[in-house]
Design a protein around this ligand. Structure first.
Ligand code: AHR
Length: 314
């Protein structure tokens, strides 16, 4: 288990040594599977430094059992606040009961947990993944409005049982089900990894001819890049022969959108660090916080003024 204690200097706006000790925040990150995740970790570590929060940052390498170990080590260390981004939704109740018994408040970040006991966490800060899925569907409805022809969709999903995979799957279907011309002809989980995007698209092109698919809906940019590479090798022109919808909005995918190689990009915002530090300070000092906070997000698509998109920074 990689456990890093980042001791941050107290910056502007932080509490002075005479006021009280800096907050110690134990953070369990689920892994480093994507460009989005790397930026999310950077945002959290940078924000901790700016806020004068001491952060113990652990990378669980895509293993929930590592996250549980890390949370237990934060409890043993008696941190002030625990935050974590859960790989999947289930399996957290026992360790969260242990944190509760130790009197340590917990903040869920990015993804959600599935629990019947809401007292196990103080606040959940993250994306509205269901809305992201709906936004992907709304783009398709707009794109094919009035075409009256069948639209065959291939979906590359995220990690099975993770909140983004569940929300993006369901939100999308709840919108496209309004038109029987839309059909998802293939769907598989790609774990948000570029290599799996490639692998799945190779499988798709073994099952279907290049002219047999109309749309690729990919749950993140890294998987989209992998799939695009394979499509290009097969002589398929992305964005033209196959309409592409991707989620995350990294700089590289925005460049593809500008070049016409991608048609719609649903933003998933990784920059939750500064909001997290504010919430951590509040919960550490007993100030009430909302139970659920959604981070702001938008959509970039081929109908928008693409020159107006500010540099993404990651
Ligand atoms: O939970 C957010 C998702 O996880 C992002 O869309 C994806 O890129 C990341 O790995």
């Amino acid at each position: 288990m990689l456990l890093v204690l980042v001791v941050c200097a107290c910056g502007i706006g932080s509490r002075s040594a005479t006021e009280s000790k800096p907050i110690v925040l134990g953070y369990s990150q689920l892994g480093d599977e994507s460009t989005w995740r790397t930026q999310n970790s950077r945002s959290i570590i940078d924000a901790a430094e700016k806020a004068g929060v001491k952060i113990m940052f652990d990378d669980a390498m895509q293993k929930p059992e590592n996250q549980i170990k890390a949370i237990r080590s934060f409890i043993a260390y008696k941190v002030d606040v625990i935050a974590f981004s859960p790989l999947v939704e289930t399996g957290w109740d026992t360790v969260l009961h242990e944190a509760k018994a130790a009197g340590i408040p917990v903040i869920i970040v990015d993804r959600m947990i599935d629990t019947a006991d809401e007292s196990l966490y103080a606040c959940a800060l993250g994306s509205d993944f269901y809305k992201e899925g709906r936004r992907a569907g709304e783009f398709l409805v707009k794109k094919y409005r009035g075409s009256g022809r069948p639209v065959r969709i291939v979906e590359i999903g995220g990690t099975m049982d993770s909140t983004p995979a569940i929300g993006r799957y369901q939100g999308f279907r709840d919108v496209i089900s309004s038109d029987p011309n839309f059909s998802v002809i293939f769907s598989d989980d790609g774990d948000f990894m570029l290599s799996k995007g490639k692998e799945i698209m190779r499988r798709v092109l073994r099952l279907y001819g290049p002219g047999d698919l109309d749309v690729l809906y990919s749950h993140n940019d890294d998987m989209t890049f992998g799939a695009i590479e394979v499509m290009q090798e097969a002589g398929i022109e992305p964005g033209k022969d196959v309409v592409i919808i991707s989620v995350d909005a990294t700089q590289r995918i925005v460049d593809y959108l500008k070049d016409g190689a991608v048609n719609c990009v649903i933003e998933c915002n990784p920059n939750s660090g500064s909001q997290l530090m504010e919430i951590a300070r509040d919960v550490a000092s007993g100030v009430g916080v909302p139970k659920r906070i959604y981070i702001e997000e938008t959509v970039f698509d081929e109908y928008a003024d693409l020159d107006a998109i500010a540099p993404r920074g990651y």
